[in-house]
Design a protein around this ligand. Structure first.
Ligand SMILES: Nc1ncnc2c1ncn2[C@@H]1O[C@H](COP(=O)(O)OP(=O)(O)OP(=O)(O)O)[C@@H](O)[C@H]1O
Ligand code: SF4
Ligand SMILES: [Mg+2]
Length: 345
């Protein structure tokens, strides 16, 4: 598979004022992020709330400016476009290729716009179509996501959460993008509706020839959808691996903890869940020295408190982990058989 997007040494620091005297505080939300997205794959980004998933997605599309690092998009083999070096105006054409779907379908849709106009808006902004061609593209995209023709003149509040997310997906797809970044695209939905939307995303991926970056805190969903997984903790990538390998044999203690929190089919194995991660996620403004996970890691040794482990390939394989002991720790994978491929239920 060819590389579609490359993120190199990306960091993002937020500066804010806090306290009685408005002291300036720096929060390093992303630290030295390196990853590649291959054309046609679904790459999941997982981790607890606040680990930097949304910030990463927003830095890729430059809805946020990275503090450091590069984002390179390869629309066709041999043509590299360094998105992070472009002026806003130069960025516009590439914004058609890389689209985002947002977590909350209600707040991301203007309540005063009708469905037709909501989906037509990206085409109008990018001057991608007008007149009959615009109408044809809006109607056909809405049909593909399962919104009927007779709903075109309704406002978002007339729809259920699942339908609103379908409209959000149509807004992302109407420009015929290559890469879609779905940020918690199903988290706000009921489980049965989640299944419908996940199946829809799978179908659309094939129809439109899409590549996905799928941001989620739900590893069950990720196991169903993703080819590869990136695990983040406190703004760092701590593990990245093909999905099956990650679920079978995690190499970072934090990944094991995330897998422990998955629902368990086999009740005899439930006791391990109580070993789950201890302690609070540290505050970003006071990040631990050494390994960022050491304050919560049951395997932590002295070295972990002073020496930051690099993200490195493990046993020469595709899995990369940032743990001093990744090769030797005997970490447990997810319980029970992996969900069947095919339809998510
Ligand atoms: N605009 C901002 N100003 C200051 N801090 C921010 C800003 N946006 C995000 N942060 C901080 O950066 C960190 C990462 O936030 P981010 O929203 O990327 O996390 P996340 O992994 O997407 O979390 P969630 O699962 O809750 O969506 C958090 O500590 C957050 O408070
Ligand atoms: S480096 Fe140490 S603290 Fe960090 S994950 Fe590995 S064992 Fe735990
Ligand atoms: Mg988020």
């Amino acid at each position: 598979m060819t590389t579609l997007l490359k993120v190199e040494d990306l960091s993002k620091t937020f500066t804010l004022r806090s306290g009685l005297f408005g002291e300036i505080m720096s929060l390093e939300a992303l630290s030295d992020i390196n990853l590649t997205v291959k054309a046609g794959e679904t790459l999941a980004i997982v981790g607890e709330s606040g680990c930097g998933k949304t910030t990463l997605g927003r830095c890729i599309v430059r809805a946020l400016e990275p503090t450091e690092g590069r984002v390179t998009y390869t629309p066709e083999p041999g043509r590299d476009v360094e998105l992070s070096a472009l002026k806003k105006r130069e960025l516009k054409p590439w914004r058609r290729d890389i689209r985002m779907i947002f977590q909350d379908p209600m707040s991301s849709l203007n309540p005063y716009m009708r469905v037709f106009d909501l989906v037509a808006e990206p085409l109008r902004i990018h001057k991608a179509a007008r007149g009959a061609e615009l109408e044809r593209r809006v109607v056909s995209t809405l049909e593909k996501v399962g919104i009927p023709r007779d709903a075109l003149q309704r406002f978002p509040h007339a729809f259920s959460g699942g339908q609103r997310q379908r409209i959000g997906i149509a807004r992302a797809l109407v420009l015929d993008p290559k890469l879609v970044i779905a940020d918690e695209a199903v988290s706000a939905l009921d489980v049965s509706i989640q299944a419908q939307i996940l199946n829809l995303l799978e179908d659309l991926k094939a129809d439109f020839g899409l590549t996905y970056i799928f941001i989620s805190h739900d590893l069950g969903v990720v196991n169903y959808l993703a080819d590869r997984v990136v695990v983040m903790y406190l703004g760092h990538i701590v593990e990245t691996a093909p999905t099956e390998a990650l679920f079978e044999r995690p190499r970072h203690p934090y990944t094991e903890v995330l897998l422990e929190a998955l629902p368990i089919a086999d009740p005899t194995r439930r006791s391990r869940r109580h070993e789950a991660v201890k302690g609070e996620i540290p505050f970003l403004g006071n990040r631990p020295k050494g390994c960022p996970f050491h304050t919560r890691c049951k395997f932590a040794e002295d070295r972990c408190r002073t020496e930051k482990p690099a993200l490195r390939p493990i046993n020469g394989g595709e899995t990369h982990a940032a743990c001093h002991f990744a090769e030797t720790l005997d970490l447990k994978g997810a319980y029970g058989p992996a969900p069947a491929t095919g339809t998510y239920a």
